[in-house]
Design a protein around this ligand. Structure first.
Ligand code: ZN
Length: 144
């Protein structure tokens, strides 16, 4: 029996660690988390995998001081909405000095040990970010 949902599930797992989303090649819309249907193009759309860089900037953030059960040792920590350079917003924890986090702060992804039981929305995609303090010089020379 062939079920088309199985490969997508597998990709969803994979995307947690490698920031793999999808792209609709009909309208060029990018999706993260990955979707197997472009809501704009529907059946006319053609979906393929897309590797996000993970580079982006903070659009909002919250300092979590009272962590839920299992995360007490982490508090206080910062959870931010990061707008990726490619477009989509993704939420994730910001590691490092929380005083460095601010709106508009450039961040880059870090891949560290993830929490297996992170299904409560705290660490939604298994990816964390850190402020890219010393990479401001790359701003102007951006290729894209
Ligand atoms: Zn589309």
């Amino acid at each position: 029996m062939h079920r088309s949902s199985v490969p997508l599930l597998w990709r969803l797992q994979e995307s947690k660690y490698r920031l793999i989303g999808t792209k609709c090649t009909a309208c060029n819309q990018l999706y993260f988390p990955p979707r197997n249907l472009c809501p704009t193009c529907r059946r006319e759309g053609k979906i393929e995998q897309f590797q996000f860089s993970g580079i982006g900037e903070v659009v909002s953030y919250t300092i979590i001081r009272t962590a839920p059960s299992g995360f007490e040792k982490l508090a206080p920590y910062v959870v931010a909405i990061v707008k990726l350079d490619e477009g989509p917003n993704i939420s994730g924890q910001i590691v490092g000095d929380k005083d460095m986090v601010e709106i508009g702060k450039k961040v880059r992804p870090v891949f560290r040990r993830m929490y297996e039981d992170g299904d409560d929305g705290l660490i939604q995609y298994g990816i964390k970010f850190q402020p890219a303090e010393n990479e401001a010089s790359t701003e102007k020379g951006k290729q894209k």
